[in-house]
Design a protein around this ligand. Sequence first.
Ligand code: DX5
Ligand code: ZN
Length: 218
Amino acid sequence: MIIAPSILSADFSHLSRDIDAVASAGAQWIHVDVMDGVFVPNITIGPVVVKSIRKVTERFLDCHLMITHPEHYIDDFVNAGADGITVHVEASPHLHRTLSLIREKGVKSGVALNPSTSLSTLEYCLDVVDLVLVMSVNPGFGGQAFIDAVIPKIAAAKEMISGRPIQLQVDGGIHKGNIAALARMGVDNVVAGSSIFQSGDPGKTVKEMFDIVSSLSL
Ligand code: DX5
Ligand code: ZN
């Protein structure tokens, strides 16, 4: 399983230190939550910060765009050093075109669904998707509780992408207490913010999460 710590809950005055802590503990990806105050009721960071992070880590930079018109910003994130760009289906009327554009730029294409959005919205674009992100909180803030109602959707998403080279990522409310259940469902990639960066020892928490997953007989 890939663990992608979300820097939304890191200390922005010590981003490099916090990224080093989770990367040294084995986290393969760094998740960057980009919010515009329009698609979601919060404003965070953009390509300028991605460019700075790129200089301090070799890890896969996973940019989760919670913004309207994500297609206008693909070049900016690619040029800043993103390795993967995930757009929301709810913000992308021309989803197939946007995902194709991301791939054409040489980075991994991801598509995210809010908790209430149906999986059927993905049905006709799986040929241009590298990652499906099932949101387990309503996007906008870190520290929210996992919405159990999405569990059947996670199972259905796994089935939908079966046999295709597509990763299944889940984001929101993930911690040591529920990561095992997600691993058992075949989730490939989990995003966790507050449970890692607000634990007092982010590196130790990442290692404990890996230990939980590796102790399972899957
Ligand atoms: C929510 C973001 C998440 C968030 C996760 O809008 O997309 O990536 O940072 O934070 P936690 O793990 O605290 O729910
Ligand atoms: Zn996210």
